[in-house]
Design a protein around this ligand. Structure first.
Ligand code: P1T
Length: 384
């Protein structure tokens, strides 16, 4: 059976991979080298300098392309440097439309770094395609979608946005960090670019900071590769190895993240001290129909608001948790809890942030793969 035809749960292990040519090593060696011997200028075996390419990074990039059903993968030093490369495709005067609810660091990069170079960003709820259509102008060159969004768990119809993007000749990029390709594959739904903070579920063990882009179009891949090499924010060999190792268990980890996520979401929803739970698997989630259509499961990210809570109450609850660790980030095997208003989304002005629902009392959980009973007991004692 051709490796390209494998099912997802085999692609995570074999996709784009082959034993190393030198000694047949099954896992690609960590080629911890900056440079490569040449027999004559330009006489090399495909690698000349590790910013341009490194064999361990190549192995990761092939795996990334495979699991996202893409043709080309690019691995970056962080999720944000991957986003940075996408925005560098644009010119001064170009405009971007993005979800208004997104990772605070992406918002900060757009507003505080790129706006001063003459690129304009519009943030709006992309759940409503009519609203999106009304915002498109002849200057719109990129639509940036996070789905599910961080931290409000809104779901955007990727196929619907893609139709509008194609009609207007606009690039569509989807940040697939929360869902992962185990749950949703944006390229199959019409996106041009898939982006990951591989720091999260792809790495899966909270031990690296890595970013990824995956595309199908050769010209787009070449433009992004040019930017990656010219700007230099590449993923190092050790980090490439770690993410590659993480990807090999992505499907089994995700299955448990989804099971535990469902259990915790239902527990919270039934809890008398909880006001609201945000999780796309609920039938009464405003975008549940789209979620059901484009996602095969609902993941382990949940946000919630305790009843009558203020800023201090939310902080007290996250400080009380013992099995959940109070920390930035998500997607590792261990459960994490965060307070978006003061942590991951603090770089978004309060007024902006609250418009999309990121209020002071909101708590975000990254449900890990521990025994769900221990996670529920931990939440129970903290909510007491
Ligand atoms: O941290 P980095 O690898 O640079 O990725 C940035 C990023 C991009 N997109 C999404 C959806 C993200 O969640 C992140 C990083 N997020 C966190 C650190 C967090 O705790 O939400």
């Amino acid at each position: 059976m051709s490796k390209q035809k494998l099912h997802f749960n085999s692609k995570t292990i074999h996709g784009g991979q082959q034993p190393d040519e030198a000694y047949g090593a099954v896992m690609p060696p960590i080629y911890q080298t900056s440079t490569y011997a040449q027999t004559t200028p330009g006489g090399h075996k495909g690698y000349e300098y590790s910013r341009s390419a490194n064999p361990t990074r190549t192995a990761l990039e092939r795996s990334l392309a495979s699991i996202e059903n893409g043709t080309y993968g690019l691995a970056f030093a962080s999720g944000l440097s991957a986003i940075d490369a996408v925005v560098k495709l644009l010119e001064p005067g170009d405009e971007v439309i993005s979800t208004n609810d997104l990772y605070g660091g992406s918002y900060r990069l757009f507003r505080q770094v790129f706006e001063k170079f003459g690129i304009q960003f519009h943030f709006t709820g992309l759940q409503d395609l009519d609203v999106l259509e009304s915002k498109i102008t002849s200057k719109t060159k990129l639509i940036w979608v996070e789905t599910p969004t961080n931290p409000m768990m809104n779901v955007v119809d990727i196929s619907g946005v893609s139709e509008l993007a194609k009609k207007n000749n606009i690039l569509l990029a989807v940040d697939n960090t929360f869902a992962t390709p185990y749950i949703q594959r944006p390229l199959d739904l019409g996106a041009d670019i898939v982006m990951h903070s591989a720091t999260k579920y792809l790495g899966g063990h909270s031990d690296v900071v890595v970013g990824a882009l995956i595309v199908n179009d050769k010209k787009l891949a070449e433009q992004l590769y040019f930017i990656q090499n010219a700007s230099g924010a590449v993923c190092g060999p050790m980090d490439s190895f770690l993410v590659l190792r993480g990807i090999k268990t992505l499907h089994v980890r995700m299955q448990r993240h989804c099971e535990n996520g469902k259990e915790i979401a239902q527990y919270l929803k039934a809890h008398p001290k909880i006001e609201k739970v945000y999780w796309p698997g609920f039938e009464d989630h405003p975008n549940h129909e789209i979620a059901k259509k484009q996602m095969s499961d609902y993941g382990g990210m949940i946000s919630f608001i305790p009843k009558g809570a203020n800023y201090k109450d939310a902080i007290r609850i996250v400080e009380q948790l013992k099995v959940f660790t109070l920390a930035e980030s998500l997607g590792g095997v261990e459960s994490l809890a965060g307070h978006p208003a003061s942590m991951t989304h603090a770089s978004i002005p309060k007024e902006e942030r609250e418009k999309s629902g990121v209020v002071d009392s909101l708590i975000r959980l990254s449900v890990g793969i521990e025994d769900a009973r221990d996670l529920i007991a931990d939440l129970e004692q903290a909510l007491e």
